[in-house]
Design a protein around this ligand. Structure first.
Ligand code: SF4
Ligand code: SF4
Length: 215
């Protein structure tokens, strides 16, 4: 694929802002490709991790933030461990996800990933540990697939894998502190509520999928 990259894009402050907020020097990347060679999700990505690094160097914020790669990254840290320039690529992917979410840029193919992430974290924050019924119920409701995996629920319930009510751990105060401190460390106000746009995209995506199947 060939792109025309304008002078304006190359001079954009994107790389500088990322390096300042993330503390990672993307400029050091010399495109050896070791991060991409070790990435277990690379085969599904639209841009390989080393390509994302190059795009950041070139100031291509829109392309990077709208890529599927940043949402598919599993934060396994293989790339960070392999990088000869000691760039924490996984941390950069995480930063890009947060930036894309704040700007409301979510590729239609991957709308379920941020939805799941948000519900998962909010679930832990509220109940102190994973409350499976809450997670499944919220995810199904907001993703527009109301009855997804519903047939598995009785079996899992009978085997004690899920409970009807949440179990709260003893040290909720400490847990809340962890969430508060992570907010401070990230230097951003964490949005507790889901973006209406994200919910709309998920329901819209399900609708499109159903129309496609009817064709
Ligand atoms: S952290 Fe993400 S980009 Fe890096 S190797 Fe793992 S999946 Fe790939
Ligand atoms: S491993 Fe490091 S230096 Fe090599 S391409 Fe990836 S980010 Fe760049």
């Amino acid at each position: 694929m060939k792109w025309f990259i304008s002078q304006e894009t190359i001079r954009s402050p994107f790389k500088r802002i990322l390096e300042r907020d993330c503390g990672e020097k993307v400029s050091l990347c010399y495109q050896c490709g070791k991060c991409s060679a070790g990435c277990p999700i690379a085969f599904q990505m639209d841009y390989l991790p080393n390509q994302v690094m190059r795009m950041i160097q070139l100031g291509m914020e829109e392309h990077v933030l709208s890529s599927r790669t940043i949402w598919l990254c599993a934060s396994c840290l293989t790339c960070s461990a392999r990088c000869p320039r000691e760039i924490d690529v996984a941390e950069i992917m995480d930063y890009l996800r947060r930036r894309a979410y704040r700007k409301g840029i979510i590729p239609l193919e991957e709308t379920e990933i941020p939805l799941f992430n948000k519900i998962f974290l909010r679930n832990i924050e509220l109940f102190g540990r994973l409350y499976e019924m809450g997670l499944i119920g919220m995810f199904n409701l907001l993703s527009g697939e109301f009855f997804k995996d519903i047939s598995l629920a009785p079996k899992m319930f009978l085997k004690g894998k899920i409970g009807i009510f949440p179990k709260r751990p003893k040290h909720m105060k400490e847990l809340r502190k962890i969430f508060k401190n992570s907010e401070k460390l990230g230097r951003v106000k964490r949005s507790r509520l889901l973006q209406p746009r994200l919910i709309f995209l998920n329901v819209f995506r399900k609708f499109i999928g159903k129309v496609e199947r009817l064709k």
